[in-house]
Design a protein around this ligand. Structure first.
Ligand SMILES: Nc1ncnc2c1ncn2[C@@H]1O[C@H](COP(=O)(O)OP(=O)(O)O)[C@@H](O)[C@H]1O
Ligand SMILES: [Mg+2]
Length: 223
């Protein structure tokens, strides 16, 4: 995916100021930066949860405004900071909005997300936050995305659950999935990402390997 001079204003306030960046296929790319920098807003521009005020976003050289939004969101899945599931069964959550998905595919998505396939029978209210986050990842995987956008996917989790999400990001990427990961945690970017962009105050402050970007962002500011 590529952003060309993307800017975003909300209520007359500039949130993103001319962001140009590209995210390589089959890589894990990190968007890092301090709180309020515009990372979530930027991620939301990648699947049209947010429409840039100016500039364009391309997927395989096609402007994403020319792709049907439902198709776009199947191709470009989104995982939010706090896992949100509907009341009721995990099965219904996984298949939401789809018709005739074989149970096998739901079960295999759960396994790909690091859960036992019997979770398909569970009630969503009976899950831990970490399990719910993995069900959200499975829900995206059922749609066979090319790209998974993840907004601080482990920040609401305890340390063990966060470590499992990190392992999952690595294994999904090794299976060929392209990942764009927002994190304010530079160490996480160092562990997981091949490339990184540092966003500060709605602008790209540095681009490179996570280590190069870390050099541009003094460590004491990383929390
Ligand atoms: N729904 C919203 N309405 C108005 N302003 C918002 C909204 N969401 C975020 N902002 C503002 O936009 C800026 C960027 O926010 P955000 O993209 O959430 O940053 P980050 O994810 O890096 O913390 C911040 O100044 C934030 O206060
Ligand atoms: Mg955010």
């Amino acid at each position: 995916m590529e952003l060309r001079a993307v800017s975003l204003e909300r209520a007359g306030r500039r949130v993103l100021g001319g962001i140009s960046a590209s995210f390589q296929r089959h890589a894990v790319s990190a968007i890092v930066g301090p709180s309020g920098a515009g990372k979530t807003s930027l991620l939301r521009c990648l699947n049209r949860l947010e429409e840039p005020t100016n500039g364009s976003v391309l997927l395989d050289s096609s402007d994403i405004t020319e792709i049907d939004p439902i198709q776009l969101r199947k191709r470009v899945g989104m995982i939010f900071q706090t896992p949100a599931l509907f009341e009721g069964g995990v099965r219904g959550n996984l298949a939401y909005g789809l018709t005739d998905v074989p149970d096998d595919e739901l079960r295999s998505a759960l396994v790909s997300a690091g859960l036992d396939d019997e979770f398909v029978e569970r009630d969503s209210s009976a899950l831990s936050v970490g399990q719910a986050q993995r069900v959200c990842i499975a829900r995206a995987l059922v749609r066979k995305p090319e790209i998974l956008l993840m907004d601080e996917p482990s920040s609401a989790l305890d340390r063990d659950a966060a470590a499992r999400i990190e392992q999952l990001v690595t294994s999904l990427n090794e299976g060929g999935l392209t990942v764009v990961l927002v994190t304010h945690n530079l160490d996480q970017a160092l562990r997981l990402a091949h490339h990184a962009i540092l966003v500060v105050d709605g602008r790209v402050a540095a681009t490179g390997t996570p280590r190069e970007v870390t050099g541009a962002w003094p460590r004491e500011r990383s929390s």
